[in-house]
Design a protein around this ligand. Structure first.
Ligand SMILES: [Zn+2]
Length: 65
């Protein structure tokens, strides 16, 4: 057998793709009521509400009648 120096302990392609901050990858959608940025991505369909307005909408919807 030939004595070749081939350390093949770890096989597999290197993966240098390491996103530092994925949270900044997509812009946040603005709240339709107050205009503040929400936690939802900009591609969210429908009305986007910030947590505060979403909470107020929930309260108001419960008090109708
Ligand atoms: Zn809001």
């Amino acid at each position: 057998m030939a004595a070749g120096a081939e350390p093949t302990d770890q096989t597999g392609p290197a993966d240098p793709s390491d996103p530092a901050d994925p949270s900044d990858a997509e812009p946040r959608a603005a709240c339709v009521l107050c205009g503040k940025p929400t936690d939802l991505p900009d591609s969210t369909p429908g009305r986007t509400l910030c947590p505060r307005c979403d909470w107020e909408e929930t309260v108001n919807s419960q008090c109708t009648g």
